[in-house]
Design a protein around this ligand. Sequence first.
Ligand SMILES: Nc1nc2c(ncn2[C@@H]2O[C@H](COP(=O)(O)OP(=O)(O)O)[C@@H](O)[C@H]2O)c(=O)[nH]1
Ligand SMILES: [Mg+2]
Length: 396
Amino acid sequence: MHYYKCLLTWITIHLVVPFDINFGSCTQYPAHQDNQANVGQAIAIDPNGYIAYCPCMGRWGNQADQFLGSLSFSRGLNRTLILPPWVEYPEWSPGTSVQIPFDKYIRVQPLSQYHRVITMETFMSNLAATVWPPNKRIGFCFYYRENKQCAMKEGNPFGPFWNHFEIQFKSYVEYGNRIGGGNAYYSFNEHVRSAWNQNFPAEKYPVMAFSGPPGDFPVKAHDRLLHKYVKWSKFISGKVKTFIKDSLDKQRFVAIHLRMGSDWKSACQHLKDHEAKNYMESPQCYGDNNVKPIPYKVCYPSENDIFRQTKRIARKYNVTNVFIATDESSVRDRLEQKFKKEQIRIVSLNPPEPHVELAIIGRAEHAIVNCISSFSGFAKRERDAKNKPTTFWSIK
Ligand SMILES: Nc1nc2c(ncn2[C@@H]2O[C@H](COP(=O)(O)OP(=O)(O)O)[C@@H](O)[C@H]2O)c(=O)[nH]1
Ligand SMILES: [Mg+2]
């Protein structure tokens, strides 16, 4: 049955329809439940080409940060952005990764108000066989590693990411020195754009598949504003709604993000050992031209400071509920005890779910977050997009 369906599809694509419509290939990559409607749909082919990339750096915070630069880059080049699955690293299986469809967490439709996008599952299931046949699969990297090859699939998550879609690269191109080096992703710049288009025209390179995100980390100030097109999926917002109804009795609340796990403590140690004016997501609170060293406590605040700062905000907003999102539950437990005496109730999500916690922070009257953390950065951008106030630990 499957064979006949595939054959029929092939005949339809190759003999019946004009070149710019595709009705699907034989391999189906499952989309998230919110987006099932797309499977098997007729989809127009973008003659300007596509951009694909592996979100191969960091976890959610980093991936979501670099997604904005990649979105902006794609619009500058006027190519459709293929929305990659999010890469997650299961705790129970160190050294491996899993690919989670983009639209499990973030809606596709609002993004298309800014630029043309398609999920990687939909692209691979419906268009790849025609637009990007195996002999056209060329990997793009900033610099070659050795033997004129990009390390597209070396190590985790690089290998598992492309293998998830059974993608093999036939050849490679390096673009760093052909496109103006450090400015390669500023595709709104006329010189940069024409360098990309001249070197890599869509006819020869229908898909530019990048080994990593074609966007800066941390996200540039102008691209941060694109967060207004980033909306939580129904899957996440449904969970948020339930939590606010059941655990907060729909009452007003303030939220705090405590990034305090052991990996973070070692990362913050860098600020004790070296003077740094920029560190990870720090431009979100210090801007791009900070001149003073960043104090350690901005990265890793003391529990006393957290207590005082939170109490002040709770009083200011006249709320008795404080939502805590954290990667270190022992800090939360100690704070819970301290706040009991203040008639303030600490609420958190149990079991923890990072995306749902972030989305809850997005709904609070006020949020205090970590300037250095890209996970916090997501909350800050979402709240800015909604004109909601946010402050940072240990910054006046
Ligand atoms: N459940 C939960 N997980 C968190 C929280 N903060 C951090 N994490 C986890 O730690 C990871 C931090 O990595 P990343 O997102 O790259 O942000 P960054 O390292 O803080 O810049 C997140 O993706 C989560 O998996 C939190 O408040 N709640
Ligand atoms: Mg990180």
